[in-house]
Design a protein around this ligand. Structure first.
Ligand code: HAM
Length: 408
């Protein structure tokens, strides 16, 4: 469903390697981030190069965009990808060491409409899966306005260092913005009294943010302004956002401390400097990723039925050694004729194969036995009423087409 939706909106699927050089993540995700500092599965390969199991998809997509000449395609270039990711973390509900993301990116559109498109699509995907989610959105401005703001933030924390958790004590020097989204209650209280970044944005970022919000208003995407969302990755500028399941948000709002994305089902933002930073032409970009385990468990809890595997039209059963040898060719003949079919070449008895055909919900079983093979025939069994007919093996495709037409 989600990939069809993205294709309809002009996104192309891309698959990037699961293993990339460690240097790529250090340069992109960022040295001071939790991911690079604590969560990467990195090791040295046989050439003594350090490689890492990908902890996120954006760096690999950006590398592929630069290395595979996508800079020369008409812009914006819209890409999406699915797959496994790895982060070394304490496993707990909704937080795994191997998990999956659906990631999509718009490369080469600096206009606020691109931020709004990404957010609108994320919201639409949640809606189609029956997941009630709200967009929590913030702007972290450009690097200059952020520098000024960080001075104010450090000033705010100047005499409060001893009240911070150990991680935040480190963040104070390495990555002060992350003080705002720490989950520890003491740190959250201090963050709620801190100056807010949106009040210190440069004029261009402010105008950009207003336009993004106007688009969201028009497209009826529910959002809340959330000054504590700064995102844990280094490459963002301007718009940052997370999708928070609506129930989770209520639980958070009951407490006196600020709303924090404890269990975001997805998040993303704009990263206009990243492509140039890793060697490409200056190219504005924006994207997001869903955590699929979190998204699908919410969809399941909401009672959304994930479409089951489609029933095959045909189950091919084979009896005896010679028939089994011929079964591959017959399977391929039927498959390339366009039928959906299944078989289990390891099973020998007819009874067990017909049970499998029944379980799979096949409309017809095609039975190829020793005798039929010698006669150049095959049996077609109607799985609903058990009626069997012997037909010429040469004419099997037409015979099946005829019967399937009548049965539909
Ligand atoms: P992220 O916020 O690190 O962003 O991850 C996106 C989503 O992946 C999270 O909202 C969460 O649902 C899921 N997730 C993260 N870690 C885990 C885990 N250990 N177990 C289960 N689910 C997890 C990024 O990865 C950015 N690359 C998103 C992006 C794309 N920004 C721009 N383009």
């Amino acid at each position: 469903m989600a990939s069809q939706l993205l294709r309809d909106y002009g996104f192309y699927e891309i698959e990037t390697p699961i293993l990339e050089s460690t240097a790529l993540y250090r340069r992109t995700t960022g040295e001071g981030t939790d991911i690079v500092e604590k969560e990467m599965f990195s090791f040295t390969d046989k050439s003594r190069d350090s490689v890492t199991l990908r902890p996120e998809m954006t760096p690999g997509i950006v590398r592929a965009y630069i290395e595979h000449g996508m800079l020369n395609r008409p812009h914006p270039v819209k890409l999406f990808s699915w797959g496994p990711l790895f982060r070394y973390d304490r496993p707990q509900a909704g937080r795994y060491r191997q998990f999956h993301q659906l990631d999509f990116e718009i490369l080469g559109n600096p206009n606020p409409v691109a931020d709004a498109e990404v957010i609108f699509l994320s919201y639409l995907i949640c809606k189609k899966l029956g997941v009630d989610a709200t967009v929590h959105i913030n702007s972290i401005g450009d690097s200059e306005s952020r520098k000024e703001y960080i001075k104010l933030l450090k000033e705010h924390y100047r005499n409060k260092r001893r009240l911070l958790c150990e991680d935040c004590k480190r963040r104070l020097t390495k990555n002060p913005l992350r003080l705002l989204d720490c989950k520890e209650p003491g740190c959250r209280e201090l963050a709620s009294e801190a100056p807010q970044l949106v009040d210190h944005l440069d004029e261009e970022s402010k105008q950009h943010f207003i336009k993004v919000l106007e688009h969201l208003d028009e497209s009826e995407v529910p959002y809340v302004l959330s000054p504590f969302i700064v995102r844990g990755l280094d490459y963002y500028n301007r718009t940052v956002f997370e999708l928070i399941p609506t129930g989770g948000e209520e639980a958070e709002q009951d407490s006196e401390t600020p709303v924090i994305a404890q269990d975001a089902i997805g998040g993303g933002g704009r990263y206009d400097g990243l492509i140039e930073h890793v060697g490409g032409r200056p190219t504005a970009a924006v994207g997001m990723a869903f955590g699929l385990e979190r998204l699908l468990s919410r969809a399941k809890a909401a009672g959304t039925v994930v479409p089951k595997k489609k029933k095959p039209q045909i189950f091919l059963a084979q009896l005896g050694e010679e028939a089994t040898k011929h079964a591959f060719l017959l399977f391929e003949k039927l498959r390339s004729a366009g039928f959906s079919l299944e078989a289990n070449f390891a099973k020998e008895g007819l009874k067990s194969q017909l049970e499998l055909a029944n379980k799979a919900g096949a409309t017809f079983a095609v039975i190829l036995g020793q005798k039929e093979l010698l006669d150049g025939t095959v049996i077609i069994r109607d799985m609903e009423n058990g009626i069997q007919e012997v037909v010429d093996l040469e004419k099997i495709v037409e015979e099946l087409k005829k019967r399937l037409k009548h049965s539909s």
